[in-house]
Design a protein around this ligand. Sequence first.
Ligand code: NDP
Length: 295
Amino acid sequence: MNTAFLGLGAIGRPMAARIAAAGGPLAVWNRTTQRAADFARETGARHATTPADAARDADVVITCLPVSRDVLALLDGPDGLLAGMKKGSTLVDCTSGDPATSRVIAARLAERGIDFIDAPVSGGVTGAEKGTLTVMVGGDASVLDRVRPVLETFGQKIVHCGEIGAGDAVKAVNNAFLAVHVLATAEGLAALKKAGVDPKLALDVINASSGRSNTSMNLFPERVLNRAFPRTFRLALLEKDIGIAAEVARENRVPAPILQLTADLFRIARGELGEVADHVEAVKMVEAWAGVEIA
Ligand code: NDP
């Protein structure tokens, strides 16, 4: 399939690299041109100068931008996606987006005979590099079937979740759990450290017990205890995700005080730690409040 990829960020770049490695025709576009030029030079992909240019001739256009609004903003204008995408093609949005904006994007595309699925991913940068991402899809199942071969280049578990926006909703709730676990694990381990228990030993116990999570099993041992805090997934993006999850709960009239509180705490963390901090660095906020380092 003739494919275009827009958004060569932390996760988009390795996803696009998997598509390039699979060998089909690929065009790439990135807001910061140099990133697309470097990628094209390294992989043999075509460097497109505008979204419209990238979409030209593409059967599948994949976007992976911070928020759905950014994708919506790429549609219009002489250089926009709608100027380049052909009838019968598909926009696959791998942004961890919000359901309401995805429905707006889908409706705009439908007017032109273009299909849309929301297809956010999970598994991090390493999962993208290995091609083992989980892909959660909202939209028409027959559209997913058509583009599945492209998704299989970077995804291992590809699940049709429901109507347009369903993939976004599942992704937001998944990441809400991640956000809750990061804060709760930090609070618990800070308390244990102050109570005189070694955090490494505590994690060893917890990871063989019922309170364990991906956060306790992987993130804390690999990123917190050793103070590495690698920057792979921006805290600002997780703050966006937990906000979407809280909104999904609100829209569906589900009281969700835990999600709302976590969303507020991540908003504070984003304010304190800034736009480039990694999501696990939220631990530093808890440590500052507790006056202790989890190490
Ligand atoms: P990054 O911040 O690393 O990259 C964002 C990308 O979007 C860059 O290519 C950037 O271009 C581009 N971009 C930003 N704003 C705009 C805009 N207004 N118009 C056009 N392009 C824009 O983000 P990630 O790659 O980490 O995340 C992308 C999406 O994937 C997010 O929704 C995120 O939540 C999700 N995600 C991320 C994961 C991760 O581990 N990093 C894991 C799973 C999902 P430029 O180069 O010019 O800055």
